[in-house]
Design a protein around this ligand. Structure first.
Ligand code: G3P
Ligand code: MG
Length: 255
């Protein structure tokens, strides 16, 4: 692989769920568009279907972003796959399927863009490690030489602990929710897991905290900034990367 997305100039433009302000989130269409407009990274969300296929979708259910209904965890992949994940955004996107992770990785194979895989808490199960999603991710990434272009993140810190238990290789981003945890706790976990970044919401952040975290050796990624005002604020704070639904807007502020 001739490129290293971890060395791209900062702040990284991270296309949140793809180019999702304009195209249906977490679909191959929105990932393709993110590549076309030269985002530095793509972020996507994953969980398991009932038959343990890794589905790329944000919500716990199909209701908001497809034409079908039901809990992802309780539905087989072929049903999820055949739902229409485009029309809710605009009828012109009708028929856009819900992808699985392998096909996104396959699509990105020859593209010079990083991938942030966010593991949803619904994917975490109290089962033997060798049967867990984290094992499957590590095996696939190893087999396909993907560690050098992938950041794994999760609000479910148990999932990150497990990834590290399985391998020293994955780069880990510790996600911090608005109310669920503090950046100080995340920092502690960051040291324990030798994490790459702390991924925070803007509500938790000011430039002093950004410098403190960076001073401890971790990158700071902030989610999800969309308006010009928000993006400028994030850029001025000196963060290392910004998750945005409008990657073109952010890029134009940087040039
Ligand atoms: O990873 C950043 C951001 O995506 C976290 O929140 O709910 O959009 O997945 P959410
Ligand atoms: Mg996400």
């Amino acid at each position: 692989m001739g490129f290293d997305p971890f060395s791209f100039p900062k702040p990284w433009v991270i296309a949140h769920r793809g180019d999702s302000g304009t195209y249906p989130e977490n679909t191959l269409l929105s990932f393709r568009k993110a590549v076309e407009i030269k985002a530095d990274w793509i972020e996507l969300d994953i969980t398991y279907s009932s038959d343990n296929q890794i589905v790329v979708i944000h919500d716990d259910s199909l209701d908001r972003t497809t034409d079908k209904k039901g809990e992802i965890r309780l539905l087989p992949y072929n049903l999820i796959r055949n739902s229409d994940a485009g029309s809710w955004k605009d009828p012109k996107f009708k028929g856009e399927p819900v992808p699985n992770l392998w096909e996104v990785w396959e699509f990105l194979k020859d593209k010079e863009i990083g991938l942030n895989v966010e593991i949803k808490s619904t994917a975490y199960e109290e089962i033997p490690i060798e049967a867990a999603i984290e094992q499957e991710l590590v095996d696939y990434a190893k087999k396909n030489s993907l560690f050098s272009r992938t950041l794994f993140s999760s609000f479910c810190w148990d999932s990150l602990v497990r990834l590290r238990e399985l391998s020293v290789e994955p780069k880990l981003g510790i996600l911090i929710g608005d109310e669920t945890s503090s950046w100080e706790d995340a920092l502690e976990l960051g040291f324990r897991l030798n994490a790459f970044s702390l991924n925070l919401s803007m509500a938790n952040l000011n430039s002093e905290i950004v410098s403190k975290i960076q001073g401890e050796g971790f990158k700071v990624l902030v989610y999800t900034l969309n308006t010009e005002e928000e993006l400028k604020k994030g850029i001025d704070m000196g963060v290392d990367g910004i998750f945005t639904n409008f990657p073109t807007r952010m890029r134009s502020l940087l040039t």
